[in-house]
Design a protein around this ligand. Sequence first.
Ligand code: ATP
Ligand code: MG
Length: 427
Amino acid sequence: MLLSQRYKEPRNGRTGLAMVDTIILRTNEICLKGGNRHVFERYLLDDVKLRLAPIGSFKVRGDQGSVFAFHEGPMTDETAAASAAAMRTVFGVATILFAARVTKDIETICAAAETLMTKRGLTSEAVAKGMKRSFKVFASRSDKTFSMSSHDIACAVGERLLNDVPGLVVDVHEPKTNVTIEIAKEVAYVAVGREEGAGGLPGGVAGKVVAMLSGGIDSPVAAWKLMRRGCRPVLVHFHSYPYVGAESIDKVKRLAARLGAFLPGLTLHLVPIGDAQREITAKADESVRVLLYRRLMFRIAEKIAVKERAYAVITGDSVGQVASQTIENIAAVSKITTMPVYRPLIGDDKEDIVRVAKRIGTFATSIEPHDDCCTLFVPRRPATRASAVQLDAEEAKYDVHALVEASLAKTETVAVTSAVPHATVVA
Ligand code: ATP
Ligand code: MG
């Protein structure tokens, strides 16, 4: 019998998701943590509670490396769909299951599995054509006093499904549908199907970093990768408005909102550097202009990092992608940085980066055209092998610290509104 409702379904009846009342989120890395594991669990529990609160009445608790979210009564299809979308964007989650909570007897477990599988079953036409859906039953017991072994439970459920649901076939190697049975202390959980979560570590657990967000394809992916490792990014965008249009600002706000779907409560600093660029253009050698803009950006980003108590700066650089990202130029620019600079895409090909951008829902926005601040006063022949000494000499031609302070003084800080949950994230 379901704990949340009387179980009255006919053996082959279709009940839809109405009987699903529990979300089970499995973690992977958190279970490996030692003494500070509770910190990771607390971040994860808080995040799950925050995301589910606007969707429905859930009680959330952690248990042995998993998070259980109990819904008050069976979930409607809408509640299940909305919570699935929200759970896909929770970092620290390896697998997402939507389960029915049932009493611990094998007949009820088999009947629940059958009802849930029937909902996912093939149409009668497909069955008539001889088409099959493969499945595998995964059974486990945390209650070792249960009368059947995990193997016996899996066999009993498998046999029942094969006998009673048309069009099924067992495939233990690459099943299309996973059926999960978990015998817990008080109840049994039955889930048909499972999704991969966003992976990584719980949002924000690793502390703050500054992420330089340009409006292109790479930088949102770079920020997301560090977010997935538990970092909370303070987003910084440098723009040349009013020397160029405000499109990049609008784009970056929308990109930030996409990132915000994974981690609510982000902030975005919009730093005007058009005046500084004009000064650099007037005083410094044309071929290294972009590298001097980059140094300026790092200097400003570090100041923001100190103020925000962030520990590193993140960029979307990838070796050789453009002239400013040759290994010589990266070295020459980085000479002035005092904080660790993380470049999580440094060895990635563009296709790899695009694939992640599509998964996390930033790609479509990133490819909208905009005037990059670095296209302003862009040199005809950019240097590909600058040296730090050369850049130091160029920077000595203007008061770089005054430019940094002037840009910071005109910086606007906005709260990022999280975009609605979006495309499936398969890590
Ligand atoms: P992206 O696709 O991220 O724009 P890109 O291929 O255009 O990268 P660059 O323009 O050389 O490469 O920039 C390299 C990195 O420097 C970016 O990934 C980003 O982290 C940072 N960056 C460049 N321009 C800006 C900007 N206007 N505001 C903030 N960060 C920037
Ligand atoms: Mg760019």
